[in-house]
Design a protein around this ligand. Structure first.
Ligand SMILES: O=C(O)CCC(=O)C(=O)O
Length: 254
């Protein structure tokens, strides 16, 4: 990472990296998601989150995959996503922003299908992890084109400087008690393969998908291995997935 990108990350709490993963790899991601959904009986239920409207029987999507909101801990459980999360290009950026000895704090597939999705409320990811010091960075990698209309990331530049805000609410509605002013908010549309790289205490939100097109994304969080986790919200337990030693050669599943 060059010095100017580092300075922008420090000041604004985010940078955008274009073409972090290739279009061929994005196609492989789609194939792998399909495969995982077809073999879902091999995944524990706690690793799949279904959209509330689908769970409650209000909407019936054309297939199972279109009703999935999130797949959790996917790099821990699937070798394809483990390889992706171990990509040296991603690890180099994560190391520049956190530390040499890293942990993959969390991996997720974020699906936001048409006709079923809801917003993800304003929050800071470190409100879940409670990592101290807050040397944690997220990569939100677009797989479909991510637009304002289909639910791209929205952020508040510089909000990481304010530290952790009070959060409350149940389950996936756990969010910041402070809602940002419209004028502070920046939408971050991305092309497939591009990544928003953001500080673990940057306030962010995604609106619902109002289009008929899919909006799939991968989210990976890395933290300095020396960070200590505090007590997160009810039902959330910090469980890192992979540990990466200071070189790209040493890696172990947590
Ligand atoms: O809807 C999204 O893609 C973002 C979700 C998110 O920020 C999260 O789950 O922490």
């Amino acid at each position: 990472m060059d010095e100017s990108a580092l300075q922008r990350f420090t000041a604004d709490g985010y940078i955008v990296l274009r073409d972090l993963i290739s279009s061929g790899r994005v196609d492989d991601v789609f194939d792998r998601i399909r495969w995982i959904c077809e073999h879902r009986s091999e995944l524990r239920d706690e690793l799949i989150q279904i959209e509330p409207a689908v769970r409650e029987g209000l909407v019936q999507p054309a297939d199972f995959e279109l009703g999935v909101r999130k797949l959790f801990r996917i790099a821990r459980h699937d070798s394809f996503f483990r390889d992706l999360a171990s990509d040296p290009a991603i690890l180099d950026v994560a190391r520049s922003l956190t530390g040499q000895h890293l942990r993959l704090a969390q991996s997720m597939l974020l699906m936001k299908s048409p006709g079923v999705s809801t917003i993800k409320v304003w929050h800071q990811d470190n409100a879940y992890f409670r990592l101290s010091p807050s040397k944690v960075v997220g990569f939100w990698i677009a797989c479909d084109p991510a637009t304002v209309a289909n639910g791209c990331m929205h952020i508040v530049p510089g909000s990481h400087h304010g530290g952790l805000q009070a959060h409350s609410g149940p389950g996936d509605e756990y969010g910041s008690d402070v809602i940002p002013d419209e004028r502070e908010i920046v939408a971050v549309p991305l092309n497939p393969g591009d990544a928003l790289v953001f500080h673990g205490e940057l306030l962010h939100f995604t609106p619902e998908n109002q289009t008929q097109f899919r909006r799939r994304a991968i989210q990976l969080h890395y933290a300095d291995a020396a960070c200590e986790a505090g007590e997160g919200p009810d039902g959330f337990r910090f469980r890192p997935e992979i540990e990466f030693g200071p070189s790209n050669q040493s890696k172990s599943r947590c």
